[in-house]
Design a protein around this ligand. Sequence first.
Ligand code: MGD
Ligand code: MGD
Ligand code: MO
Length: 761
Amino acid sequence: MSEQRNVRGIKRYDSPAGGWGALGATAKAVREQMETIEAPITLFRTNKPDGFDCPGCAWPDKEHTSTFQFCENGAKAVTWEATKKRVLPEFFAAHTVSSLLERTDFELENEGRLTHPMAYDRASDTYKPIGWDAAFARIGEVLRALPDPNMAEFYTSGRASNEAAFLYQLFAREYGTNNFPDCSNMCHEATSVGLPQSIGIGKGTVSLDDFDQCEMIIAMGHNPGTNHPRMMGTLHEVARRGVPIIVFNPLRERALERFADPQNAMEMVTFGSTPIASSYYQVKVGGDAAALKGIMKALIALDANAGPGSTVLDHDFIATHTHGYEAFAEDLRATPWPNIEAVSGLPKAALEAVAQAYAKSNATIVTYGMGITQHSTGTSNVHQIANLLLMRGNIGKLGAGICPLRGHSNVQGDRTVGITEKPSADMLTRIERVFGFKPPEAHGHDAVRAMQAIIDGRSKVLVCLGGNLVVALPDAEQCFPAMHTLDLTVHIGTKLNRTHLLVGRESILFPCLGRTEQDVQSEGPQSITVEDSMSMVHASRGKLPPASEHLRSEVSIIGGMAHATLPQSKVDWLGMVADYDRIRDGIEAVFPDFADFNARIRTPGGFRLSLPPTERVWPTSSGKAEFIAFQGVIEDPQTGGADVLKLTTLRSHDQYNTTIYGLDDRYRGVFGRRDVIFMSEEDLAAQSLEHGDLVDVETALPSDSPRRLVGYTVIAYKIASGSVGAYYPEANVLLPLDYFDKACGTPSYKSIPVRISRRAV
Ligand SMILES: Nc1nc2c(c(=O)[nH]1)N[C@H]1C(S)=C(S)[C@@H](COP(=O)(O)OP(=O)(O)OC[C@H]3O[C@@H](n4cnc5c(=O)[nH]c(N)nc54)[C@H](O)[C@@H]3O)O[C@H]1N2
Ligand SMILES: Nc1nc2c(c(=O)[nH]1)N[C@H]1C(S)=C(S)[C@@H](COP(=O)(O)OP(=O)(O)OC[C@H]3O[C@@H](n4cnc5c(=O)[nH]c(N)nc54)[C@H](O)[C@@H]3O)O[C@H]1N2
Ligand SMILES: [Mo]
């Protein structure tokens, strides 16, 4: 690396991930946000059978009975919510909304927890306190006055519980719309759309037991040391068993290279660590489909060479359980190696080596994250992963399967209980039968389409159950101003963020309880439920006293809005709020998979939802698993010209989506700043740039006005050549709102063509 120049805040990080660094960072998070006496108790209750579900990630916890699972980023998520800092009405009185909008989301959230329901006052340009009932009544009036219910958008962020999400979709559907933009649309929609086409369900097929039995893991496009920290415990165990872990990632991510488990006394005492990846392939950004095609092409060749009776491919499985193999194999044979090598950035020999190792493994798991889904080809990328597994019968077999790493801790559950803009006829029929109203059938808006409707003036009301929608979406330049054209915005949140400040003609901000807090309703204390990445549903009960006596639960706020908006409703909104068991009865009545719901979540660990492909039952239209060839040509990322690079957007180690806990990204060696571009030594040289140069980044797509990120510092990094990286959400200004995967609507956050030039001084 060019270390010749000293660049502010850039230091090499040579230690393993985890270890003492993680312990130190946890202590710091506690010190800055919480009183030290309460913190250990709170952290201890995370993911315990009678405790609350960690709001950090969706990785399962071993039977939910294990001892305290140590996790630095889980601790950050918990302490950030359990902070002692408060945003009181006096704070809002002292600052206009326009002045607050000049702050960063980091500064806004760091002010602490919201405490009172607030309504925007245009005359003073401030948020002022409002009573709960007055706010509900006003929302009801505005919603009822809309000429068409499809002029309202109901956004969900994936931290919402099953109970809140179910009540929310029921409310919006009785009101009359399927407009359910969802954080999932920006996240794993490629999985939700692509996997049902391949295997019949839009979820992963593995459980933790499979990780105990697997003989190989292929890990593509995810950064577990930061984003799925509890997964590191699993990977650590698997690596110590000697199982090959093959990584595809354009960046060298520390935790995928070496990890010291803070729960492993020996590693801690000896400053030891365990190598995680057995092979690390720095695929080019956007090059995964090409790499997968290369592996599969090589696998077919291996099978042919092995002659009759070859077991390289699982011929019985292919014949019995799949459809479309011939056409798919023909496409692979027709794809030239030079094309695969150019687009993936990996040599044929490397991909052949992966195919050989894969052919030897009797049980393989492929894990994947945003590096696969957030591309214009995201859905096709997911198909290719499924194809690879199907070729050797690696679905419906112990130790094998597909493992999408979900984002928000309950994003999967929200979808399961009805948050979808494309409802199935079956679900709608059941809702009608159980609740006595006819829900709308016409499909609604996803996240990008909701924003487009707001920009075009077709939508006039936006309700957000959590999240920071407009900051998470691409194209702030178009989206921010459009928010001011709305009649009404309603936000249910724990902390202040910029979306809350993009006020409409009227705006209401509701403060809600978080996961860590006790939720007591008129009929007693309540639990909520969530579903993890492996389809396990379990209960979660907060333990801390609420941040303010004025807070209400998400469920209670939704029930309040519904009751005030739908005076003729036959749904017992307030009864369901009083006792969440009644909501769970409703969920069970609409979704048969939840049979005996209330009884089953009272057993520690909860229960697993059914996953037919694990039994080799394929709920696709053909009744078989489908091989789906890559759609279209594999586009060379460099087609725009030699100076065009593909920019991917990343989460730092001190970040939870748009929530920024701090300005360090320890494992990548970045401290106290986020205004950097990661670039390879080769590309630096090719562009006549040096480590530490000040640059501007400009989107290389046709557009009316240029999209730029100015005054960033380019730093030399171990990243595939032709690829550059920058932090999300700052880099979102570079992405046009209409640059997304046409198959699933997810913005191409991880493949933005850009040009980089030295800043003229
Ligand atoms: N602490 C913490 N935990 C989180 C979150 C958080 O922000 N902070 N967010 C939650 C949410 S909502 C989500 S969706 C998940 C996100 O979890 P991840 O999917 O791990 O998230 P990203 O940081 O977006 O990183 C993706 C990884 O993909 C790599 N990558 C980028 N482009 C490509 C590519 O073209 N191909 C391949 N193969 N790899 C690529 C990057 O180098 C990076 O290592 O984490 C969840 N958990
Ligand atoms: N460039 C780029 N953009 C991306 C991504 C990327 O990788 N690159 N990733 C995308 C992905 S994967 C996702 S999931 C989206 C995330 O998009 P969102 O889910 O909309 O964003 P978050 O940052 O998770 O939302 C943070 C806010 O949630 C609220 N909140 C926190 N806890 C609670 C709670 O318990 N209840 C309620 N009601 N509110 C709460 C707080 O007010 C906080 O300010 O961003 C997407 N945008
Ligand atoms: Mo996500």
